[in-house]
Design a protein around this ligand. Structure first.
Ligand SMILES: Nc1ncnc2c1ncn2[C@@H]1O[C@H](COP(=O)(O)OP(=O)(O)OP(=O)(O)O)[C@@H](O)[C@H]1O
Length: 775
């Protein structure tokens, strides 16, 4: 049981509580009354049934009765509209903040909630905290501030007298924020608890952001002196030696990998020209960070790319026929199939089919009576060109001179055509029989529904977009009113596009058919050294493409299996990763976490649960506790987070804060609230600034990055259920913090978080649940 830190409330605070309780009771009654009214207005199902029967009546009615039936339909539909707009989301907690304003000579209490609710009789006004103009006063003013806002084009002035965040527990007021803490209800009555409800975030002074570590122009040895002995030992490895650096989040894998680039380019400049070094990362955020770190190491010439950008550039050079348009990110299921290792089985089957077709064609052409097919099918080489060449040698040795020339010509022509892979791609991802062969070995991973989704998607991609279909129509008539293309945002938007996942498949098909990585149009780039960061996120087919670009060069591979969050990447093991890349290497392990302080390392390890590595990384330093808050809902959480950030911005303007949501939709919703109070950037495209300020983002964006503070705004049971994938996601979010993390659960809390572990500091609603009252 946690010892109470606070004190009994003062008389003034008691008066405030009484006033807040009156407001709470009035709001709850108003919400319940509104709910009763709406129930009286009919429930959705019965309204739909009523409308359906009225529609039948309308059909059956004579001309003269129809207006009457129509009027009834309108009335029922209007009731349905009221029901849909219906307020009270949570009858027991209809609002989460209160402010008292003096405006037009009157004092008004305004409550902030998720749904608006107006009950003049009870004196209750709940406004939508995201949209109502008056809510801006709550987010931007302090008590005593004068304000001027615009409402429906009119300017409204006033003074903010009070502002409080409140929480409810089991329908009753549970806490009211006051300067320095909160008044909290316990079984003994109300108490003042310092720092409660809205926790105080801190930023340790002097914590380096990764980008601030080494400074430009300083030499290699000086930079390396920032590294520990284990890290420095890795830099001493021979430049040609492949290196696989593993270790938990924040152990310095990226740091070592990029320092190694500088080290080998300096040690062997004749073989390792920085311009021939490629650094590949999964996401744009890490790309920006890596470029900055390389610039600090005077290695600006090194090419840093996301895998998608790299493969796009390569494939478009090799296959100039590719449609210029790329589809918007393909649905999860489709990406999963296209990146699945079992797709190789479908590729094998496709190559077999192509081989048989070529053999039959040659037999027909040269009247081979099955001998050519038998000779080709007798070969077992995996590269089709090899098979044709070697079978050809056998056939040519036996052939008469005249026939020899014919055979030679026909074989040459067939081998020349092998680099045409466009039709193969269409067949591979559009032919259900081939895909079913992959599904059979995928152990339930590729269900029929997903394969159907893929073949439908492929069919749509093969359609001509409307612009092509309507080429005979004037171009300006094909532009819609909002200036977008005719197909934008429609299923037809997929027509005539290619998926980014197709590029690696095309390279694979090319290689499997020709044994080459070039076409007449161009050749795959070659690198002296490849750095692959966050390597757990790449699919086998992508690793093979990179391996082929490496051909003979050396590699530094860095990753952490506990951080794999892309469920379409199919990570199997580190042996498999380096195997696909074509390098042989034993892993080197880093064991000290430099980014996260001890409480965070422990929490992140706990969150991984059964998936945690056997030993917890060593933390290089102590730090503040991980903050935990349970709040009634998302709106409430967003307001509490906003309040804490407002306070932090005033005290620590140089802190870098990431609010890391589980998904983009949640990030947008939280951002919508935060920007009412302070400048915050919504980053969903990797464009992080690595500068002080607040950035709201989603987990897939933050791989490899770090911020002073991390806030997880949605650690509820629905966003983070107990699955290995969700454990890893939460782990990644938390380990982005170099100083402190705050986990907020709106509604039912996630089972992944130990809500009251030692060393953490739960905020009031949680403590009230976790700890019974003192005797
Ligand atoms: N020896 C060291 N001494 C002090 N700080 C270090 C040391 N090594 C790395 N760091 C710092 O630790 C932080 C994490 O490093 P880095 O990003 O390289 O880790 P990582 O293992 O790649 O992390 P992740 O797995 O999360 O991508 C960075 O701020 C880096 O500057």
């Amino acid at each position: 049981m946690l010892a109470p830190r606070g004190r009994p409330v003062t008389a003034g605070e008691s008066a405030l509580i009484a006033e807040q309780e009156r407001l709470a009771v009035a709001a709850r009654d108003a919400a319940r009354a509104a709910q009763r009214r709406l129930e009286g207005a009919g429930c959705g199902k019965s309204v739909r049934a009523a409308l359906a029967s009225l529609r039948d009546d309308y059909e059956a009615a004579g001309e003269e009765d129809r207006p009457g039936v129509l009027a009834q339909m309108h009335e029922v539909a209007a009731r349905e509209d009221i029901r849909r707009e219906a307020p009270p989301g949570d009858l027991d907690a209809p609002y989460f903040a209160h402010m008292r304003v003096r405006t037009g000579g009157r004092v008004r209490d305004v409550l902030l909630g998720t749904r608006p609710l107006l009950d003049a009789g009870r004196g209750v006004t709940v406004v939508d905290h995201r949209r109502a103009p008056i809510a801006e006063v709550f987010f931007t003013c302090a008590p005593g501030d004068e304000y001027e806002i615009e409402v429906d084009g009119r300017s409204v002035e006033g003074v903010l007298e009070r502002r409080h965040i409140v929480t409810f527990a089991r329908g009753a007021l549970a806490a009211v924020s006051v300067p320095g803490g909160a008044l909290e209800r316990s079984d003994d009555g109300w108490r003042f608890e310092p720092g409660a409800l809205v926790p105080t975030l801190t930023r340790a002074s002097g914590q380096p952001l990764a980008a601030e570590l080494p400074s430009r122009g300083e030499g290699g040895p000086r930079l390396a002196s920032l590294l520990d002995a284990a890290q420095t030992a890795l830099l001493r490895r021979a430049p040609d030696e492949p290196l696989l650096v593993l270790g938990a989040a924040g152990c310095g894998k990226t740091t070592v990998a990029l320092h190694r680039v500088a080290a080998i380019c300096r040690a062997a400049p004749d073989r390792f020209d920085p311009a021939r070094v490629l650094v590949v990362v999964p996401e744009p955020g890490l790309l920006h960070l890596a470029r900055r770190m390389l610039a600090d190491l005077s290695m600006e010439q090194v090419l840093v790319q996301t895998f998608d950008d790299w493969i796009r550039g390569e494939a478009r050079r090799l296959f100039p026929w590719l449609p210029p348009r790329e589809a918007e990110e393909a649905p999860f299921g489709i990406r999963r199939v296209k990146r699945h290792p079992a797709l190789t089985v479908a590729i094998d089957a496709l190559i077999e089919e192509s081989t048989r077709e070529i053999a039959s064609r040659l037999d027909r052409l040269l009247a081979g009576h099955g001998r050519i097919r038998a000779a080709i099918e007798a070969r077992t080489e995996t590269i089709l060109d090899e098979r044709l060449r070697l079978a050809g040698e056998v056939l040519l040795a036996e052939a008469a001179p005249k026939r020899k020339r014919l055979l030679e010509g026909a074989l040459r022509e067939e081998r020349r055509k092998l680099e045409r892979v466009r039709g193969d791609l269409r067949r591979l991802v559009g032919d259900r029989a081939l895909l079913d062969q992959a599904a059979r070995v995928a152990g339930g991973d590729l269900p029929p529904l997903v394969l159907q989704q893929l073949t439908d998607h492929t069919r749509r991609q093969l359609d001509d977009p409307s612009e092509v279909r309507y080429a005979h129509v004037d171009a300006d008539r094909l532009i819609t009113l909002d200036g977008r293309s005719l197909d934008d945002g429609t299923p037809d938007a997929t027509a005539g596009t290619v998926d980014v996942e197709d590029y690696a498949i095309l390279l694979e098909l090319l290689y499997r058919k020709t044994g080459r990585t070039s076409t007449r149009a161009g050749a795959l780039s070659r690198y002296a050294h490849l750095v692959l960061d966050e390597a757990q996120e790449f699919a086998p087919i992508e690793l093979r493409a990179l391996g082929r670009a490496l051909a003979g060069g050396s590699a530094t591979v860095a990753g952490d299996a506990a951080q794999r969050i892309d469920r379409t990447s199919h990570f199997a093991s580190w042996d498999a990763v380096v195997g696909e890349l074509g390098v042989e290497v034993a892993p080197a392990h880093l064991e000290t976490s430099y980014r996260c302080p001890r409480p965070l390392v422990e929490m992140a390890h706990l969150v991984l649960g059964p998936d945690a590595p056997p030993s917890m990384p060593r933390a290089a330093r102590e730090g503040p506790p991980v903050l935990l808050s349970m709040l009634p809902d998302e709106g409430h959480a967003a307001v509490v987070i906003t309040e804490a950030l407002r306070d932090l911005a005033a005290r620590e303007p140089r802190a870098s804060v990431a609010v890391i949501a589980h998904d983009a939709a949640t990030a947008r919703a939280v951002h919508e609230v935060i920007i009412r109070a302070l400048p915050a950037r919504l980053v969903l495209d990797g464009s992080f600034t690595f500068a002080p300020g607040v950035e709201v983002t989603e987990i897939t964006q933050v791989k490899g990055l770090e911020f002073d503070l991390v806030i997880v705004p949605d650690a509820d049971a629905a966003s983070y259920p107990d699955t290995p994938a969700h454990r890893r996601m939460l782990h990644v979010a938390l380990t982005r913090a170099s100083h402190q993390a705050w986990i907020v659960a709106p509604g039912a809390p996630s089972p992944l978080v130990p809500w009251a572990p030692p060393g953490t500091s739960p905020t009031p609603p949680q403590r009230m649940k976790a700890a019974p009252a003192e005797p």
